[in-house]
Design a protein around this ligand. Structure first.
Ligand code: ARG
Ligand code: GLU
Length: 706
């Protein structure tokens, strides 16, 4: 029944049109494009409630958190919620073997105990405007692509300068629809953002990498921060004199939850999607890029896990690194499965045939797809080599350190740069295992040697084999001899005079590895890769324009590009495979079903077991249980982590933190039958703050819906 209904819906909407619930919409255009549809689906507010430059609106409660997440304000005193995995770096930075906040959680019991985080920034969107006309002023069809992009850069800079003039704001102009449209974004950045609370990882990361990208899920993926401002409520660098920021708007919390079928929307900063790429681009992804990258990361993850099992210190040091490597590794697998299962390559090929038939006699468009396809074939070997350099050579941690020490001319560093260098070295060794790095380097270079064509082989790999008989022996020797693996030696080195440092780093055995790969990458791979892409990009601009012209009644949404978006849909289960249907809600019962003191990912805190045994849920009890996570059809992607998921009245229902495995394909093709975003229910968040953290006082500053 469900299947037939969806099929009917797809037929009604027509092939190629936006599928129900698909899309990430710009908040300032939502009134024009989508508000009617949102309201028809249950939304009870207006476009002005979402986005308004004059009055406070919901957008004023949303921030871009650091560079890759979203956060939302939930109190008049700048209290901010985001995911645990978004605050992970900050929590880890304050954790040590003795004081392990990652493991045990952290709860500031007063404002004095809130912890500052140098380098952490949150950004509010002040306003956004369509500036297409101004950006394209002076751009002529007769211009070369280079002239065109120079002109656009010049115009954009002028627009940004004007927008930020005499303010403390930051302005940036961004292209949409591959440069068919441009928008100006004005941001206000705050840099005094303090850690207020985090649950133990066994809650915040419950299920770990095993459950990551999967449903059913039981993760309490949240952490709490507070935004501080100067006494004038304006952004200020960290100072003990700063005061909690008073936001223009903060979210009201709903403790009512949502039922299957209820309207929801997600407001946040999705990173990147590729909804309009051609079949050739998808083919590379599915048939070549992803399988190889997955294989390389499997090897790295096995090495890390083995060493992490051996020592608590290594486990903590590599917790973040492991999670980061595993995250894309697992995502790519789900994405491939989904794209293959849905036959997306064929689907795109068919759509391209239709486009070409339409474009046949149109001078502007007829050439586009054949040219794009030819360019993709040309690009493939370079894309492959580039992927390999990044995933193998780029995975050797020592190379990162070498880059920092070999690239700059030490005689030219000013004081600030010296400080940065010392900090970088200290940070590097805080979380470094020479054993993991050595084993990784051996395996990665072996894989490079085995899989990458001759023309992209750096001389050094042949040298290694000739001189040492094997890559393994060569890398072993390199790790024995290099000074880069020793913090003491590096710190001694940095005491020498700059001239001597220059000489010493270049004499180190790592230097040759670094130089050979860099030379190859910079001269043999990147220039061609970039040249071909410079030809591809403008063709997409034309292709996109053509698609929009061809389907005039279809509303195209722009690919995600880390700008503020609204996605809407409804709470909804799904059928991931034959004979299986997934319910949209999980509960505390499911945590207990997974609980296992012997499995790291599922070993919950004793306090949670005790609360469960006593059914001591306080005001968070719902039908004798506590709701934990739920899924909905909102179209989201990486960057939406920490985004609020809101109900029809704009009240906070939970925090988005993931998608189901089957839906990671939605970066390329959204499928309403299986694409679901995963959120942690706000009631579970509040339960954990209150009952596990004993920080219920924080709830007093929140506003709850009637
Ligand atoms: N998959 C989510 C995202 O892309 C969560 C990642 C963090 N969690 C984890 N278990 N690695 O960011
Ligand atoms: N966990 C992702 C993030 O950090 C969100 C999941 C997704 O890719 O949709 O943004």
């Amino acid at each position: 029944m469900r299947k037939r209904f969806t099929l009917l819906l797809i037929l009604l909407l027509g092939f190629g049109s936006v599928r129900a619930d698909e899309g990430m919409w710009l908040p300032n255009l939502i009134g024009k494009l989508k508000i009617k549809d949102m309201q028809a689906q249950g939304f009870q507010l207006t476009a002005k409630d979402l986005y308004d430059v004059n009055e406070g609106s919901l957008k004023d409660a949303i921030v871009r958190f650091s560079s890759g997440c979203t956060g939302e304000l939930v109190s008049a005193d700048g209290l901010l919620l985001t995911n645990h995995h978004c605050g992970y770096g900050q929590i880890q930075a304050y954790s040590s073997v003795e004081n392990d906040y990652l493991t045990h959680g952290f709860w500031a019991m007063s404002r004095e105990q809130e912890l500052p985080n140098p380098g952490l920034k949150v950004s509010f969107l002040v306003r956004m405007d369509d500036v297409t006309k101004q950006v394209l002023r002076g751009v002529r069809p007769s211009m070369t692509e280079q002239q065109r992009s120079d002109k656009i850069a010049e115009n954009s800079l002028a627009i940004e300068e004007k927008a930020a003039a005499n303010t403390h704001y930051r302005a940036s102009v961004e292209p949409f629809y591959y440069g068919n449209q441009y928008f100006l974004f004005v941001y206000e950045d705050f840099e005094d953002v303090r850690l207020v609370g985090a649950p133990p990882s066994s809650i915040g990361k419950f299920g770990g990498d095993t459950d990551n990208w999967m449903w059913p899920r039981h993760t309490g993926d949240f952490s709490i921060f507070r935004v501080y401002a100067g006494p004038d409520n304006k952004p200020a660098p960290y100072s003990p004199e700063n005061v909690p920021y008073q936001p223009k708007r903060f979210l009201t919390v709903s403790t009512q939850g949502a039922a299957e079928g209820d309207f929801t929307f997600v407001y946040g900063f999705p990173g990147r999607t590729y909804e309009y790429i051609t079949s050739e681009a998808v083919r590379y992804m599915v048939e070549k890029g992803n399988p190889h990258k997955i294989n390389l990361r499997t090897i790295r993850l096995n090495i890390m896990s083995e060493e992490q099992e051996k020592s608590v210190q290594t486990r903590i040091q590599y917790a973040f690194k492991h999670a980061r490597v595993a995250n894309s590794w697992k995502k790519w697998q789900g994405e491939m499965k989904g794209l293959i299962r849905r036959n997306v390559i064929r689907e795109k090929e068919e759509a391209e045939l239709d486009f070409m038939a339409w474009a046949q006699n149109k001078k502007e468009y007829a050439h586009v797809l054949p040219e794009l396809n030819a360019l993709y074939r040309e690009l493939e070997p370079y894309a492959f080599a580039r992927d390999y350099v990044n995933e193998t050579y780029g995975a050797i941690e020592l190379v990162g350190l070498a880059t920092t020490l070999i690239t700059p001319d030490m005689t030219e560093l000013d004081e600030r740069q010296w400080n940065n260098l010392h900090n970088y070295v200290a940070d590097f060794f805080k979380n470094y295992s020479p054993v993991i790095d050595r084993r990784t380097a051996i395996r990665m270079l072996q894989e490079y040697d085995r899989n990458v064509p001759e023309m992209f082989q750096p001389a050094i790999l042949a040298d290694y084999k000739n001189q040492y008989g094997s890559i393994e022996a060569a890398v072993d020797d390199l790790f024995d001899r290099t000074m880069f693996v020793s913090q003491d030696q590096i710190e001694e080195l940095l005491k020498l005079d700059p001239e001597a440092i220059n000489v010493a780093v270049k004499a180190d055995p790592v230097a040759q590895l670094y130089q050979d790969f860099n030379r190859l990458y910079r001269s043999g791979i990147l220039p061609e890769y970039n040249r071909i892409n410079r030809e591809i990009t403008p063709l997409y601009r034309v292709y996109m324009k053509g698609m929009m012209e061809r389907e005039k009644s279809r509303i195209f949404y722009p690919d995600a590009n880390s700008t503020l978006r609204i996605a809407y849909g409804k709470v909804n289960g799904y059928a991931p495979m034959d004979a299986v249907y997934y319910e949209p809600y999980t509960s505390i019962e499911g945590i207990m079903e997974k609980d296992d003191p012997h499995v790291y990912d599922y070993d919950i805190p004793q306090s949670l077991r005790d609360l469960y045994a006593a059914k001591d849920y306080g005001r968070w009890k719902v039908n004798g249980s506590v709701p934990v996570c739920f899924i909905a059809t909102n179209h989201t992607t990486g960057g939406n982590s920490g985004s609020p998921i809101l109900n029809a009245k704009g009240e906070l229902l939970g925090l988005n933190f993931d998608r189901t495995w089957e839906s990671t394909m939605s970066d390329v093709r959204y499928d309403p039958e299986i694409c679901r975003n995963i959120s942690v229910d706000i009631r579970y968040v509040l339960f954990v703050i209150d009952k596990i953290g004993g920080a219920g006082y924080l709830l007093n500053e929140m506003r709850f819906a009637e």
